[in-house]
Design a protein around this ligand. Structure first.
Ligand code: SF4
Ligand code: SF4
Length: 387
């Protein structure tokens, strides 16, 4: 659902619920794919129950918001969007706040804090690299190499270390998401930025849906046109597509082409591309229902079998990496060790983010720079976006 389609007001916010209540034919195709629906019922049953007034229930927070149901529905209905609408409705009416989400909320908050956020916009900057929160923490060296490579092609490229606030978006906390993402947009657009290069598929989705007038491109698409020499490998890998780009075919295809360019023979799992399985991390569902979250991970791992897996989402790699061998395409492209990266956890990821910021501060040429708070004090009016 695009930003334009999600308007304020209860009627508009609940458009998926109404559409599913009216049009779902109870075929159960989506149910066959999903343990959450197998437990709670078909989308039409849930939509009708919701309309009868079961707002007090918390089941929408147990859905991974992965979008697989939307991808397989022959009627083109979007149960995933419906559960997000329900989350928003619960939060707007004062419910839907769980202590078990404290960790993810704190993680998000730190991303925009003065300790970790940092904007660097050189003179004439029109394009920024937005690496998100997880990638800089787990792969600071790869990020530095990637940014240096991009600077060779465009000396005026900037970088923004901050959070896109997708956790709040997915937790239905529309007010907080609107405030934080609007601030981010305001800072970059008021400084003339026209294009965002995303690394994380989740940031890509948020910028694509709410990035108002900004041109959004994944860095994988950028590399496809700008990278002329490649490390050479000779191996077979199967690709895990993250949910964030389930419906963004150019992003998924650019990763496959990059993989082939470095000599990887790409194999597809039965559920790939548009019908990819969630890694288990989606929608913060695991905080309330670790068993449902695990069911996605197990399905993904079972399909991967003994294959070596390639992906392009740090969150998915961290989640699936406990069970299978999985590499990030950017490590294969930019890390001389051939992607032999050991996943690190907090507090080391935070330390990496802080040190990366310090390093960039010390080494980049002059430009406008500062934390989110500092940049905001130098910009104009109150920001606003509509979700
Ligand atoms: S979004 Fe994913 S977890 Fe939620 S109902 Fe659809 S398939 Fe199931
Ligand atoms: S696949 Fe579509 S029509 Fe079939 S049960 Fe699911 S939402 Fe309803």
């Amino acid at each position: 659902m695009s930003a334009a389609e999600i308007k304020s007001g209860r009627q508009d916010r609940l458009q998926c619920v109404e559409q599913i209540a009216a049009e779902c034919v109870h075929c159960r195709i989506c149910v066959q794919e999903c343990s959450f629906l197998q437990e709670y019922g078909t989308p039409v049953e849930l939509a009708l129950a919701w309309q009868r007034g079961s707002e007090g229930e918390n089941f929408p927070f147990e859905c991974s918001l992965c979008g697989l149901c939307f991808a397989v529905c022959p009627k083109k209905l979007n149960p995933s969007g419906m559960f997000l609408e329900m989350r928003r409705e619960l939060v707007a009416s004062g419910g839907g706040i769980f202590r078990r989400h404290r960790t993810i909320r704190a993680y998000e908050k730190r991303g925009s804090s003065s300790l970790f956020s940092w904007f660097y916009l050189p003179p004439g900057c029109r394009t920024i690299l937005f690496p998100g929160c997880a990638f800089p923490g787990s792969r600071p060296q790869t990020l530095l190499r990637l940014f240096r490579f991009l600077m060779q092609a465009d000396a005026r490229i900037g970088i923004v270390l901050d959070c896109c606030t997708k956790p709040s978006h997915d937790l239905g906390d529309t007010k907080h998401f609107q405030k934080m993402f609007s601030e981010l947009l305001q800072i970059v657009t008021e400084h003339g930025v026209e294009k965002v290069l995303t690394v994380c598929p989740n940031c890509h989705r948020i910028f694509s849906e709410y990035g108002k007038g900004l041109q959004v491109e994944s860095v994988y698409e950028t590399l496809l046109t700008s990278m002329k020499t490649f490390p050479v490998m000779d191996t077979k890998m199967t690709i895990h597509d993250p949910c964030g780009v389930r419906f963004a075919e150019p992003v998924r295809e650019s990763v496959r082409t990059l993989a082939r360019n470095i000599g990887i023979s790409v194999e597809e799992m039965p559920h790939s591309g548009k019908t990819s399985f969630c890694c288990g991390e989606g929608g913060s569902a695991g905080f309330l229902r670790p068993d449902l979250s695990r069911s996605w991970t197990e399905k993904r791992v079972a399909e991967a079998g003994a294959s070596q897996v390639l992906s392009y989402c740090t969150g998915c790699i961290r989640f699936l990496g406990k069970s299978i061998r999985i590499e990030h395409i950017l490590d294969l492209l930019f890390d001389p060790s051939g992607g032999d990266i050991k996943e690190s956890n907090a507090p080391f990821t935070y330390l990496s983010r802080y040190l990366l910021r310090r390093r960039l501060q010390k080494t980049l040429p002059a430009g406008i720079s500062g934390t989110r708070r500092r940049m905001l004090t130098n910009t104009g009016q109150e920001p606003s976006i509509t979700t």
